[in-house]
Structure formats: structure tokens, C-alpha cells
Design a protein. Structure first.
Length: 220
């Protein structure tokens, strides 16, 4: 077997193994599953942490598509349609059993992998979506997106993620298609945002405005 093929064999085997055992699993057992020796595994991955890092890159970063953000920012398309299309594509790429299980194990074992991914989601997905939500709600986009706005948007993202948790972790039968759930969730979220989001942004900005008015000028 060529070196590149062997490396991919080990990587894909590690993804399956860690999705079942978590990151506390042993490379010796993984090697036995793959029918190779442990020293051979370490010829391709210098340490267990190196292997885990490669699993992270493949499972999480390898499925992230930059064109999703271009779609979400395309204001020639109604925001509801953009969000529905994005979450359908995102779910097909990520809400798979191995992805979900590895993500959950990473959180339970405090490996830090899911925190790295959450930082990506916050910066590259949630913040741009909040800017689009400002435009949708008629809110001026003249200040950085606040933590309150990010938390507001999490309600949509978390809700859809929990659907995948119910199906994969709890093994709860889904009587309604995921596509329909996305439509319902987005419609409900945007209907509420029309009322809540402008007030949230206004309340966030008021203390800053008052502080600016009361701040004394610096001495000459």
C-alpha cells in the first residue's frame, strides 16, 4: 500500500474508532482494529495528539465550505431562503453520526477540539449572520456585533443542532423531515427577530451612547 493510502486508511479508521470510543481510546487498540502494528501507525502520525489533530482537520475543517458565507451575504436572495439553503447544506455536510459523536466526545473530554470549532462558527458564521439580521430588521450596521446579538442568533443554530443530537445520540425517530424543520425554525426565528432584535441592539447601544455623552473632554 502506498504511503498516502496507508495514511488515509489510518485516518479514516481513527475517525470511526474515536467516534465510538472517544479520544480516551488507545492507539494500540486502534492499530489492532486496522490490522497494523502500533509502530507503523506512529510512522505516519508522530503522536496520538497529532492523529487527533488530523481527525479534527478532516472531520471539522475539511467539511467547512467558505462559499456558504458568500451565500449568506447575497442580499439578492431573501434572508429566509438563504438561511434555509445554508442549513440544509450544512446539515448534509456535518450532521452525520461520526461528526456528531466526535463533537460530543470532544466536549465531554475537554479536548479543546470543539472549542476551536466553536470559535470558527462564532467568527465566520454567527457574526456575519448577525449583520444580515441587522439589515433584515432595519438596524444600522455601524457598530461591531455584540455578544448579546451572537447569543440571540445561537438560538437558531443550537435548535437545529439539537435535532441532530436527538436523532444521533438519543436515537429518537424523526417523524418530520429535516428540510421541513429548517423551514419552520427559520420562519419562527425571523418572525421573532423582527420584534426582538431591534430592541436588543438598541438596548446594547444605549449605555455606550450615554457614556459618550457624559465623558469629559481630555485636558488640552
Amino acid at each position: 500500500m502506498r504511503a498516502a493510502e496507508r495514511q488515509q486508511q489510518i485516518l479514516h479508521g481513527a475517525i470511526r474508532y474515536f467516534s465510538e470510543k472517544g479520544f480516551a481510546g488507545h492507539t494500540r487498540e486502534l492499530s489492532q482494529r486496522l490490522g497494523i502494528t502500533q509502530p507503523l501507525l506512529y510512522r505516519y502520525f508522530k503522536s496520538k495528539q497529532d492523529l487527533i489533530d488530523q481527525v479534527y482537520l478532516h472531520v471539522f475543517m475539511g467539511r467547512w465550505q467558505p462559499q456558504w458565507i458568500a451565500l449568506l451575504r447575497d442580499r439578492s436572495i431573501p434572508l429566509a431562503d438563504r438561511l434555509v439553503r445554508f442549513y440544509r447544506e450544512y446539515a448534509r455536510a456535518t450532521y452525520q453520526p461520526e461528526w456528531i459523536r466526535i463533537y460530543m466526545f470532544a466536549g465531554l473530554e475537554s479536548s479543546g477540539l470543539n472549542r476551536r470549532y466553536l470559535q470558527l462558527i462564532k467568527k465566520d458564521l454567527l457574526a456575519p449572520c448577525c449583520q444580515e439580521l441587522r439589515h433584515y430588521c432595519g438596524v444600522p450596521d455601524d457598530t461591531p456585533v455584540s455578544e448579546q446579538e451572537i447569543e440571540f442568533y445561537w438560538t437558531l443554530h443550537d435548535g437545529l443542532f439539537y435535532t441532530a443530537i436527538r436523532e444521533t445520540i438519543y436515537q429518537s425517530p424523526m417523524e418530520v423531515s429535516f428540510d421541513d424543520k429548517v423551514r419552520y425554525a427559520v420562519a419562527n426565528f425571523l418572525a421573532g427577530a423582527r420584534t426582538v432584535y431591534p430592541r436588543l441592539v438598541r438596548e446594547e447601544r444605549e449605555p455606550q451612547t450615554r457614556a459618550g455623552k457624559t465623558r469629559r473632554p481630555a485636558p488640552a
